[in-house]
Design a protein around this ligand. Structure first.
Ligand code: PRP
Ligand code: MN
Ligand code: MG
Length: 181
């Protein structure tokens, strides 16, 4: 079928819930970064939707930059071995960096990324992730802003893909098992 909804078993987080949570996170970020201009670092490609919505909800100055990393090598499981495919354009010296992510799964990508960005002389490095799967954690990552904690299901939408599809879904949904089994 060409209709996305036929491939889903359950809506986990609705568009309305994402909108409300984005506003809540934005108010916290505005208060925490009072008087500073954070550099929002989006991790391609999953973070595109969160970045677009969060940045537009913020009523203070921000800058945006992007990184692309590969943490999965040939396999489908996160290996912890991260390669930079596209680096930032910005110099991080003295900057207040806020990493923007769609999801924290094993935590391996973000724990590596935070250390990498800290080593470039940033004044601070914090993380904002819309979703987190606590049951999938392999390393604990200190995340300042989390939208929703979700079960360890195969989720897609709002930036999250399965084989590059489903990123354009407005909600976060569980992929039906017949799609990947
Ligand atoms: C996904 C997701 C996070 C990362 C989380 O990205 O968008 O960036 O995995 O996994 P982890 O916590 O186990 O490290 P992916 O590597 O699939 O690339 P994509 O964003 O282009 O889909
Ligand atoms: Mn990603
Ligand atoms: Mg992916």
């Amino acid at each position: 079928s060409t209709h996305i909804s036929d491939d889903l078993s359950e809506i986990l987080v609705t568009e309305a819930q994402l909108v409300a949570k984005t506003a809540e996170l934005a108010r916290q970020i505005e208060a925490d970064y009072e008087g500073r201009t954070p550099l929002l670092v989006g991790v391609l490609k999953g973070a595109v939707m969160v970045m677009a919505d969060l940045a537009r909800e913020l009523r203070v100055h921000v800058e945006m930059d992007w990184m692309a990393v590969s943490s999965y090598g040939a396999g489908t499981k996160s290996s912890g071995v991260v390669r930079i495919l596209k680096d930032l354009d910005s110099d991080l010296h003295g900057r207040d960096v806020l990493i923007v992510e769609d999801i924290i799964d094993s935590g391996l990508t973000l724990s590596w990324l935070r250390e990498n960005l800290e080593s470039r002389g940033a004044a601070s490095v914090e993380i904002c992730a819309m979703l987190r799967k606590p049951d999938a954690a392999k390393v604990e990552v200190d995340v300042r802003y989390v939208g929703f904690e979700i079960p360890n299901d195969f989720v897609v939408g709002y930036g999250l893909d399965f084989a590059e599809r489903y990123r354009n879904l407005r909600d976060v949904a569980v992929l039906a098992t017949h799609i990947y089994e």
